[in-house]
Ligand binder design. Structure first.
Ligand SMILES: [Mg+2]
Length: 310
């Protein structure tokens, strides 16, 4: 089980290296050697060991410096480092931990103690890695859950929950005007009943795509029911509404021309604009919804609204 774990021994004394290698090889660890701090850093750049046994007193780069350097690098910060040194004063031991080591063994040491500590820290490190992996997976899942809780799976648009939250959030907004569009696919039930739900879903996706393409990136486009959509345009009044409406209409016409469907895609649209502070945004939504219903079946996407009478 130990055979797949690599331990890097860093020591300027060949004698010390030999003793430690012998102890660890008995337990089938893979051993790597570095005779100086520089060599240790070079080695780690090329290959990450599972644990490092690090001497302190070495010419040029000493053990504390090597340890700090590894801990400061994100790629190597997680490798457990155990100091193994003749320096036995409390202040040296404390300095070792401050440099980021997980343990400190004072020389002369007992073989069993070295093995026990190495084994313990390898296990701890393994557990920590597993926890980090699980943690990352959980974070990813949570992001996914968050995304799904505010998006419609079929169309990738925002869902009704998000739309209602936005209405709440905007109910006291002073950044007026706010325009709300309600759009509804005509005869979707007929299409579902006669051509199947897969066909119906294609119409829903096409409508979603058209609404998304017809709006600006900052606009909120949501699917709020089976065949019903809503759009919120903030700080946008009549002029913006007219531009968006014209784009939707042009895109629907273009879609129908390109696809030559037996049943053409038709979308009924209503909209309403909140201009004043004291207008209730829920009422604005209601008005847009009513206008949509009044236009139902009149193929309003192909007809120009009389914008001047609005
Ligand atoms: Mg030394």
């Amino acid at each position: 089980m130990n055979s797949n774990k690599t331990i890097l021994i860093v020591d300027d004394s060949q004698f010390n290296i030999q003793i430690l290698s012998d102890i660890l090889q008995e337990k089938s660890y893979k051993i790597a050697l570095a005779k100086s701090g520089e060599m240790a850093l070079e080695f780690v750049k090329a290959q990450k060991p599972d644990l490092i046994l690090l001497d302190i007193m070495m010419p040029d780069l000493n053990g504390f410096e090597v340890c700090k350097s590894l801990k400061n690098n994100q790629k190597t910060a997680n490798i457990p480092i155990i100091f193994i040194s003749g320096l036995d004063k409390s202040k040296d031991i404390v300095k070792g931990f401050q440099a980021g080591a997980v343990d400190y063994i004072v020389k002369p040491f007992q073989k069993e103690v070295v093995l026990a500590r190495v084994n313990t820290h390898l296990k701890l490190n393994e557990t920590q890695k597993k926890l980090e992996k699980t943690n990352n997976e959980l974070k990813k899942l949570l992001d996914e859950v968050k995304y799904l809780s505010f998006h419609d799976e079929m169309t990738d648009l925002y869902n009704r929950r998000y739309f209602e939250n936005e209405l709440d959030r905007l109910s006291n907004s002073r950044q007026l005007p706010i325009t709300i569009f309600v759009a509804d696919i005509d005869r979707l039930k007929f299409i579902n009943d006669n051509y199947g739900h897969n066909k119906g879903d294609q119409y829903i996706k096409a409508a979603a795509d058209i609404l998304k393409r017809s709006t600006r990136s900052e606009d909120i486009v949501a699917r709020i029911g089976g065949d019903e959509f809503a759009i919120i345009l903030t700080e946008s009044g009549f002029e913006a509404a007219k531009i968006i409406f014209d784009r939707i209409r042009a895109n629907v016409i273009e879609y129908n021309n390109r696809n030559q469907l037996v049943e053409s895609l038709e979308i009924s649209i209503g909209f309403s604009i909140k201009v004043k502070d004291d207008e209730n945004i829920d009422n604005i939504f209601q008005q847009a919804d009513e206008m949509m219903y009044n236009n139902k079946g009149k193929n309003t996407t192909l007809k120009k609204y009389n914008f001047s009478s609005y």
